[in-house]
Design a protein around this ligand. Structure first.
Ligand code: SAH
Length: 207
């Protein structure tokens, strides 16, 4: 998987490649998908969601230049796979998942497999995770039509946000670097295809 899907496509960052070799992806997919666990594609994990394609996990980590002392926010825990890989590269991963059942399963799985520097919360990740902000890196493995402002707000100066932005059919992977309090630099990377980042749960207000 690492050689054919990552190195052959130009990924070079040794720390990322090592982490991708170490995390047992077959333990993050459903039993029916075991045979495809190392295939070059996303796979269904229930709730209409997918475990990300291995290449995209590695590509986002390389683009974000995750360092050993970084505190990382992830929006969209899904199976917990990308959180597990990320946890090997940084100090702590704070991961937010909108689907209660996925958040619960990922929490149990990560604890069982010994990933102790990952915290998972069931919440709307378009708001970030305010209690633990600021973050050196924010990773969003799901695509909104526009970048949620709360995620920019929760970056340290020098911090990086890597996020696919666009329509459900196609998106541009974007890296935003916070240069100063009000100054952000945006770089467009390749075209990609992720599941949509769902809007926050709306509450009806009594008149
Ligand atoms: N990287 C994950 C898969 C991410 S799929 C893995 O390796 O398994 C995208 C995830 O984002 C889905 O689980 C989806 O439920 C979640 N999601 C979508 N909108 C969200 C939101 N507003 N807040 C938090 N999570 C969200």
């Amino acid at each position: 998987m690492v050689h054919q899907q990552l190195e052959m496509r130009g990924l070079r960052e040794a720390r990322v490649l090592t982490a991708m070799r170490v995390v047992p992806r077959h333990l993050f997919v459903e039993p029916a998908q075991q045979g495809l666990a190392y295939a070059d594609e996303p796979l269904p994990i229930g709730e209409d969601q997918t475990i990300s394609q291995p290449y995209m996990v590695a590509r986002m980590l390389e683009a974000a230049a995750v360092g050993p002392h970084d505190r990382v926010l992830e929006v969209g825990t899904g199976s917990g796979y990308s959180a597990a890989v990320t946890s090997l590269l940084c100090q702590h991963v704070y991961s937010v998942e909108r689907h209660e059942s996925l958040a619960r399963q990922a929490t149990e799985r990560l604890a069982r497999l010994g990933y102790s520097n990952v915290s998972v919360q069931h919440a709307d990740g378009t708001l970030g995770w305010v209690e633990n902000a600021l973050y050196d890196v924010v990773l969003v493995p799901a695509a909104p039509p526009t970048i949620p402002l709360a995620l920019l707000d929760q970056l340290v100066i020098g911090g990086r946000l890597v996020i696919p932005v666009g329509q459900p059919s196609h998106q541009r992977l974007v890296r935003v670097t916070r240069r100063d309090r009000h100054e952000f630099e945006q770089q467009a990377l390749e075209w990609v295809r992720f599941v949509p980042l769902l809007p926050g749960v709306t509450h009806a207000h009594a008149a």
